[in-house]
Design a protein around this ligand. Structure first.
Ligand code: ADP
Length: 190
């Protein structure tokens, strides 16, 4: 199985690119953000706990997302691999992922990182807010907190994956098609 990590700041276009990536490479798209939003919509206990954190622009506890991911690894069949979107988001989650995969002698195939400049993040999220109506996109201070959380907790993963030679960066500035081509070229090498 292939395990690709789709990495990048909020608004980099991960969700947009994910659909063509899963189709081309027969992967299962696992977005922790989407999984959490469906728990919230279903009104589950987990959803209730996650809601306040997400709407404050904070992260939900590592164990929660790790559990969701591991159960999908066990239950999803008929694919050539997984596209992890929004996970891992902390060094602890990255280490937990390595341990999960090591149980079956597997490892992360490659990190595909979509990078855009900071000033573009706000602009893209403002645009998405007007289309998708996500609660955590609506307030500027929540978006600012998500960007801060990204810099503090998630950006250190770049060093973590660079050290083990699994980190690959893509320029996220350009049309959807241009960025998609860059991603496909990269993924085809693994
Ligand atoms: P974004 O567009 O900001 O990348 P996502 O849809 O990936 O947003 O995630 C939305 C929110 O869900 C995050 O701000 C966070 O609160 C929560 N979340 C998603 N993935 C994780 C994770 N791996 N660890 C902790 N919290 C997460």
């Amino acid at each position: 199985m292939k395990y690709y990590i789709l990495f990048g700041p909020p608004g980099a276009g991960k969700g947009t690119q994910a659909s063509s990536m899963v189709e081309k490479f027969n992967l299962c798209h696992l977005s922790t953000g989407e999984l959490l939003r469906s728990e919230i919509a279903a009104g589950s206990e987990l959803g209730l706990k996650a809601k306040a954190l997400i709407e404050a622009g904070a992260l939900v506890p590592d164990e929660v997302v790790e559990g969701m991911i591991e159960s999908k690894f066990k239950s999803v069949k008929g694919v050539d691999g997984f596209l992890l979107d929004g996970f891992p988001r902390t060094i602890a989650q990255a280490k937990a992922l390595d341990e999960m995969l090591a149980k079956t002698g597997e490892s992360v195939t490659s990190v595909v990182s979509i990078m855009i400049p900071d000033e573009m993040i706000m602009e893209r999220i403002r645009h998405r807010a007007s289309i998708e109506g996500r609660a955590d996109d609506a307030k500027e201070e929540v978006v600012a907190n998500r960007i801060k959380t990204y810099h503090d907790k998630t950006e250190p993963l770049i060093g973590f994956y660079t050290e083990t030679g699994r980190y690959n960066e893509i320029d996220g500035v350009g049309t959807i098609e241009e960025v998609r081509e860059r991603i496909f070229d990269l993924m085809s090498k693994y």
